[in-house]
Design a protein around this ligand. Structure first.
Ligand SMILES: [Zn+2]
Ligand SMILES: [Zn+2]
Length: 209
């Protein structure tokens, strides 16, 4: 998808080298943090998620691939994207017991025909043998795309965007999104499914903007 070479996956080995693999970020929020230490923001005000796994930087060619994945029906990208996330997991500890994709509002899902985060979650679930739960949470507010807003507007925009049916969930969960920008979306969903804060919630995504 990135050059004219023949490839078994969505991109060839030499293009894979162009994907900017992210390392040395804050282990909690994945923001830039020298030496991979927990960043000042997370120390001062710990977010809802205990760790963030995100293999790529949201830069060319990753941004191009994600746009194809999200808006151009290239659902097949879910598999190689999931592989990149799994590669980063091998270094971390215990796997979660449940995967929850960030839900799309039903009108947007109807328009798009699919939820890219669910497609990603399905591949991760298959790979890691973890159940995917796409029924317990819904997006009830059709929010403006986070990418069109400033950092501050993002956390406001997302408040009250989700509903949760109160299902009994395991104590260790990964929330899946395609791109993490400010982290506000996943944190809002985490707050919803873990109001008492006693569960361990991780954030997994393909890229960090
Ligand atoms: Zn290539
Ligand atoms: Zn941090």
């Amino acid at each position: 998808m990135l050059c004219s070479a023949e490839a078994e996956s969505a991109w060839c080995c030499s293009c894979e080298k162009d994907l900017l693999i992210k390392d040395n970020g804050c282990p909690v929020c994945a923001n830039v943090s020298p030496g991979g230490l927990i960043c000042g923001h997370c120390l001062k005000a710990p977010p809802q998620v205990s760790s963030t796994i995100v293999p790529l930087h949201y830069q060319y060619p990753t941004d191009h691939l994600i746009r194809l994945f999200k808006y151009k029906n290239c659902i097949g990208l879910a598999r190689p994207f999931a592989r990149l996330i799994v590669d980063q997991l091998l270094r971390s500890n215990k796997l979660p017991d449940l995967i929850i994709p960030v839900p799309l509002h039903k009108s947007r899902q109807r328009q798009r025909g699919y939820n890219q985060s669910l497609e990603l979650a399905k591949q991760l679930g298959k790979h890691l043998n973890i159940k995917t739960d796409y029924r317990s949470c819904k997006r009830i507010k059709n929010t403006a795309p986070q990418s069109s807003l400033s950092f501050k507007e993002r956390s406001k925009n997302i408040i009250g965007a989700f509903s949760f049916n109160g299902a009994t969930l395991p104590d260790h969960i990964a929330i899946i999104d395609d791109v993490i920008t400010s982290g506000a979306t996943i944190n809002e969903l985490a707050k919803m499914i873990n109001p008492t804060g006693d569960k361990k919630i991780e954030a997994w995504a393909v890229a960090k903007a």
